[in-house]
Write a protein that binds this ligand. Sequence first.
Ligand SMILES: [Fe+2]
Ligand SMILES: [Fe+2]
Length: 235
Amino acid sequence: MPDPPTNRRDFLQHTSIAGAGLLVPAFALANPQQPSPKAKDAEDISPAEDLMREHGVLNRILLIYDDHLRMLAAKQTFDGSILVSAADVIRHFIEEYHEKLEEDFLFPRFRKAGKLVSLVDTLLAQHKAGRRLTAQIRELAALPTLKYVSDADKLADTLRAFLRMYRPHEAREDTVLFPAFRSIVSAHEYDALGDDFEKKEDELFGDDGFFKVVDQVAELEKKLGIYDLAQFTPK
Ligand SMILES: [Fe+2]
Ligand SMILES: [Fe+2]
């Protein structure tokens, strides 16, 4: 466990990255041979539920980004490896998997149906912009120290830009794109896509891959001290 953030004024001398990047191999190590009691539930979900619970993972990373913005604003020290790991979840689970599902399975069907084409264009442009922001976040968070004020400012600006874009992005997908998707494919195709999504998830992250990623995000939350949900209930 890293030391909790402190209020030292010299917050720029921080960001030890010991252990940075350890998250990625954990995906690769997922063992597809191991049966799990959760596997059956995971197989039965619809494409929309699948994509929306992936947004839940995205939201939990956004909360981790929020917490880092708070620490940057308060000039607190923090362990940069947590932010590196969070950006790696975005890269591997959201960008290379979730957004790829949207780009390969949803967007072309909307274009073919001539529906919500302008929305799809914007969502695709935002996926591309998101990848650029993630590369910057990862690069800045991995610096052994955020030696210069300009680096800390740039990290804060980049985190802010990511949050500003992704909250409306995912909200629009949840409330407009995903509900409309059901109406442009047949019931049979819709069910089959749910199976395809799960198969792809298992291929990339191992059996029960979604739950493994959730567990990894929970570990990051615990390190930051934001895991305990009850702390957010107003007294
Ligand atoms: Fe998207
Ligand atoms: Fe999405």
